[in-house]
Design a protein around this ligand. Structure first.
Ligand SMILES: Nc1ncnc2c1ncn2[C@@H]1O[C@H](COP(=O)(O)OP(=O)(O)OP(=O)(O)O)[C@@H](O)[C@H]1O
Ligand SMILES: [Mg+2]
Length: 241
């Protein structure tokens, strides 16, 4: 299982294209926790995920994954994370099972057809759709396949970049219930979103990122939720400032 804190950013500074993009952000995500990272376009949300993944280097400060410095133990750090990018790249000409089999192999793992179907059950992708090529899928169905892949990898940590954008309200609720279930089973989940309501529905804690700084953090009260109104006000107050 490893350490309780699965993701840690300490005084993290990141530059991109010669400009500071993250300016000293610090936060941590523990096992069993959903952390929502909220912020406007260009605030630095995706960059934060990219730094944990080791795609973008820290200019100063530290990022740790599963207690390991990403700088020093990149391969081990990557093995413990499943990543759902903003635009998941799946193969259009392959069906859901074929996509999953291919990407699982690419990750150096082997999973049986039964395992694959179990993952597709968990995201409730209709059985009749599983043998059809992805070009015939709706956005929500594609997203389910991408999430099924993350589930199949069975990592301690999930990084999700706007996983609900473009999904209908029922699909969003279903997705959040799934995310909540994964966290309750012990996964650490860092979820980037623009969706204030959705973030409050699922997150234990929410960090508000603005211009590369973590300007506010909210924590759900024991057994309760973060208040949507409070978060909305904090989010939009900064947008006009
Ligand atoms: N590859 C890159 N090269 C240079 N600058 C980049 C690169 N990627 C992102 N940036 C810059 O970094 C800043 C933060 O971008 P980032 O993608 O992290 O924002 P975001 O919060 O994810 O925004 P969005 O909500 O639009 O996805 C922006 O100013 C952006 O222009
Ligand atoms: Mg982004």
């Amino acid at each position: 299982m490893g350490p309780r804190l699965k993701l840690e950013a300490e005084q993290l500074h990141v530059n991109r294209g010669g400009r500071p993009v993250l300016s000293g952000i610090s936060f941590a995500v523990a096992a069993g926790e959903v952390y929502g990272l909220l912020g406007g376009n260009g605030a630095g949300k995706s960059t934060t995920l990219s730094t944990f993944l080791g795609f973008v280097p820290a200019a100063s400060g530290r990022v740790k994954v599963n207690g390991l410095d990403v700088d020093r133990d990149l391969a081990a750090a990557r093995r413990s994370m499943a990543y759902l990018p903003e635009a998941a790249s799946l193969y259009e000409h392959l069906d859901a099972r074929e996509n999953l089999r291919y990407f699982v192999q690419l990750a150096g793992m082997s999973r049986s057809t039964a395992d694959i179907d179990l993952a597709l059950d968990r995201v409730s992708l209709a059985a009749g759709a599983r043998g059809r090529p992805l070009r015939e899928y709706s956005k929500g169905m594609r997203q389910k396949v991408a999430i099924a892949l993350a589930i199949l990898r069975d990592t301690d940590i999930l990084l999700l970049d706007e996983p609900t954008s473009g999904l209908d309200p029922a699909a969003i609720d279903e997705f959040h219930a799934l995310v909540r279930g994964l966290a309750d089973a012990g996964k650490a989940i860092l979820m980037v979103t623009h969706d204030v309501y959705g973030a409050c529905q699922v997150a234990d804690r929410i960090g508000l990122l603005r211009g590369g700084q973590l300007v506010n953090q909210f924590a759900a009260p024991t057994g309760g939720r973060i208040d949507t109104e409070t978060l909305h006000r904090a989010f939009s107050a900064g947008a006009s400032a």
